[in-house]
Design a protein around this ligand. Structure first.
Ligand code: CUA
Length: 161
């Protein structure tokens, strides 16, 4: 089959663009850990405030130095409002909402998830840089949406590493 020279250039250009797109998805997923949360766990929104886990939101530091953070996202606040986590250790966030859909974005990091009533959103990440980070709600949730924020403090917490 004869394929014109210019036609060949365009065919290879199209293939090249597809390869670049797939490679960039692979790079951001595996190289930069930018991926959607894949955890599915259900909870009745009516029971969030009496749930043994979510009625006691806060940070638990484990023996290996990793941490679990349990958070309620509600109109129009995050509970707790200030979160201290270790630097350079896996930090698992577990969130749910007793009311409407909220967002949870740790500005300047890959920590970002929707918080949907009826579900527990969970993701694990690590913070390599100590300091203060702003947490914002990035899903419009009502009149106080713009004021819904919290503070994350990443700090050295000793440990065996
Ligand atoms: Cu919560 Cu916007």
């Amino acid at each position: 089959m004869h394929v014109d020279f210019y036609e060949k250039i365009w065919m290879w250009a199209a293939i090249g663009i597809i390869v670049i797109f797939l490679a960039s998805i692979g790079f951001t997923t595996f190289g930069m850990a930018v991926r959607p949360p894949s955890h599915v766990e259900m909870i009745d929104p009516e029971t969030v405030r009496s749930d043994p886990e979510f009625s006691q939101p806060g940070v638990t530091i484990h023996e290996d130095g990793s941490a679990t953070v349990v958070i309620q996202a509600m109109i129009f606040a995050f509970l707790p409002n200030e979160i201290h986590v270790p630097r350079g250790r896996p930090v698992t966030f577990r969130l749910t909402s007793p009311d409407v859909i909220h967002g949870f974005q740790i500005v300047g990091t890959n920590g970002n998830t929707m918080v949907v009533p009826g579900y527990v959103s969970q993701f694990t990440t690590e913070f390599s840089r100590a300091g203060e980070y702003l947490i914002v709600c990035n899903e419009y949730c009502g009149l106080g949406h713009h004021a819904m924020s919290a503070k994350l403090v990443v700090e050295e917490m000793g440990g065996s590493r």
